[in-house]
Design a protein around this ligand. Structure first.
Ligand SMILES: C[S@@+](CC[C@H](N)C(=O)[O-])C[C@H]1O[C@@H](n2cnc3c(N)ncnc32)[C@H](O)[C@@H]1O
Length: 235
């Protein structure tokens, strides 16, 4: 099976486990606070690319005027829908959508955001990821109003206390955003706090690696540090 199909099958089959993992991520709620420092989220219309099981979506709907969230994988979206319905809020919509072609009108949003999704360009088009990521950024620009903001949230090191791109390809991708597209960067700790040794072991092994599972189990409170980068640009 091609890499793209393997990854899609993984999200399709492991959506519930993914939701369990991200429920333990950023236990101190630092990401939303960091986003709110970049742009006051209150009152914004937001389009979210690659929303997955709706972990960030659920945080955003609490603050924003409206969030339109999309993902390519229906089994991820099904869990996002349940989580958002449970919130009791109604200022959101969820639908299937490819990051390259969001099913929304041009200039409809104040903010376009993605978290841990655009990095998949490295899997989808390993030899031509620059062209693909440029298309995704152009799609963000199409969606936001003139003067609106694009925000990209990606991995700067799971198991690390200080930020560092995990692979050379990711380093190049992040450099492309900063040097070619003029994005600014900050970072924040989004540590995982697992509830038990069993949960830490199971989820860390499934999504990350045996080494990170062992690192997490050595921590007295099943804490796994994580550094997360935030890139933003006003168009
Ligand atoms: C690591 S998950 C991140 C999910 C969510 N943003 C979060 O913060 O938990 C990556 C998500 O990107 C989605 N995805 C990958 N490629 C996509 C594409 N081309 N269009 C839309 N969604 C995509 C996957 O289906 C998956 O739900």
């Amino acid at each position: 099976m091609a890499e793209i199909d393997l990854i899609r099958a993984f999200y399709r089959n492991q959506a519930r486990q993914y939701q369990r993992l991200v429920a333990r991520q950023d236990h101190q709620g630092k990401l939303l606070a960091a986003l709110d420092e970049i742009v006051a989220l209150a009152g914004l219309v937001i389009v979210e690319f690659g929303a997955g099981t709706g972990n960030l979506t659920s945080a955003l709907v609490d603050r924003a005027a409206r969030v339109h969230a999309f993902d390519i994988e229906p089994s991820m979206l099904a869990l996002a829908r349940t989580q958002l319905m449970d919130s009791g809020l109604r200022n959101w919509s969820l639908a299937a959508g490819d990051n390259g072609r969001m099913p929304v009108a041009a200039n409809c949003a104040d903010l376009a955001i993605e978290a841990w999704s655009f990095v998949h360009v490295l899997d989808w088009q390993p030899n031509d990821w620059r062209r693909l990521v440029d298309q995704l950024l152009a799609e963000m620009q199409r969606v936001i109003k003139p003067g609106g903001l694009a925000i990209l949230v990606e991995d700067l090191g799971i198991g690390r206390h200080q930020p560092q791109a995990p692979t050379a390809d990711m380093e190049r991708l992040y450099g492309h955003w900063q040097e070619r597209h003029g994005f600014q960067r900050s970072w924040v700790r989004t540590d995982y706090q697992f509830a038990s040794a069993q949960e830490a072991d199971e989820l860390t092994r499934l999504f990350f690696s045996a080494d990170l599972a062992e690192q997490c189990l050595r921590s007295p409170s099943f804490l796994l540090p994580e550094c997360t980068g935030i890139w933003w640009k006003r168009f």
